[in-house]
Write a protein that binds this ligand. Structure first.
Ligand SMILES: Nc1ncnc2c1ncn2[C@@H]1O[C@H](COP(=O)(O)OP(=O)(O)OP(=O)(O)O)[C@@H](O)[C@H]1O
Ligand SMILES: Nc1nc2c(ncn2[C@@H]2O[C@H](COP(=O)(O)O)[C@@H](O)[C@H]2O)c(=O)[nH]1
Length: 222
């Protein structure tokens, strides 16, 4: 079973992408989702940025230097990659492909550039479900970025300066969640996941299952 739906009909895994301006709350929502949902795991990105206090290599990110990052790009190891806030970020391809092939889902915390790349990839676009998280106001975004206490005032200012541009990409996403009340936002993203899992196209053997229900395949031994 790959989530909270029936385990009778097999299905392909899906790629659930969360994007937002920095500080709007996607990491917080992602962590809560992973605690509450079975059958979904986080894609751990590679990045050239330095670890923040409390971040663990291999769990929050794979922290690599710029040279290593470029070697990974050259070797085609990324499903998507982008430069964000003067650092490089990329999604390692192999773990995502292995997880999807097992019928499990993958959660991504990536920016709009990475989401665009996944949407343009013929092998990925059918598995993609994208959610854009908006802050309730710019004042609250600033409060969250500075209240997190992990970035210098210069970095906070840089991220605030980029927020408008990033938010302009909301029309490229399937779903929009305004992250005002955290519990409501978590519930909203869980509902999106539940609905996406039940999409007809994603349930791989529906035709065979219904044929068996109708007794149409008795002679084929299925
Ligand atoms: N609905 C909410 N109400 C109040 N605070 C929140 C809410 N959602 C998240 N926060 C807080 O806002 C801060 C930023 O959240 P978070 O780190 O999840 O943002 P992010 O979008 O992942 O940022 P980044 O892109 O920089 O990684 C955190 O301190 C978090 O606890
Ligand atoms: N395109 C990608 N964007 C990514 C990836 N991993 C993270 N991100 C985005 O970068 C910014 C900054 O993240 P932070 O952890 O330094 O605050 C944020 O918008 C992330 O969503 C990735 O693999 N690809």
């Amino acid at each position: 079973m790959t989530g909270n739906e029936s385990n009778v009909v097999a299905r392909r895994g899906l790629m659930l992408v969360l994007s937002s301006p920095s500080g709007a709350g996607k990491t917080t929502i992602a962590r809560a989702l992973l605690e509450r949902e079975a059958g979904i795991s986080m894609s751990v990105s590679a990045t050239t940025r330095s670890p923040r206090q409390g971040e663990t290599d291999g769990k929050d990110y794979h922290f690599v230097d710029v040279e290593r990052f470029h070697r990974m790009v050259e070797a085609g190891e990324f499903l998507e990659h982008a430069r964000v806030f003067n650092n490089f970020y990329g999604t390692p391809r192999a773990p995502v492909e292995a997880t999807l092939a097992q019928g499990n889902d993958v959660l991504f915390d990536i920016d709009w550039q990475g989401t665009q790349q996944l949407g343009q990839n013929p092998n990925a676009q059918n598995d993609l479900v994208s959610v854009f998280i908006l802050p309730p106001s710019l004042e609250e975004l600033y409060r969250r970025l500075s209240g997190r206490g992990l970035d210098s005032p210069e970095i906070v200012a840089g991220r605030m300066a980029r927020a408008g541009d990033e938010m302009s990409h909301w029309p490229e996403y399937d779903y929009i969640v305004v992250n005002d009340d955290l519990d409501r936002s978590i519930d909203a993203v869980r509902s999106i996941l539940a609905a996406a899992r039940l999409k007809r196209e994603r349930q791989a053997d529906l035709a065979g299952f219904v044929n068996r229900l109708r007794g149409l395949d008795r002679d084929s031994g299925g």
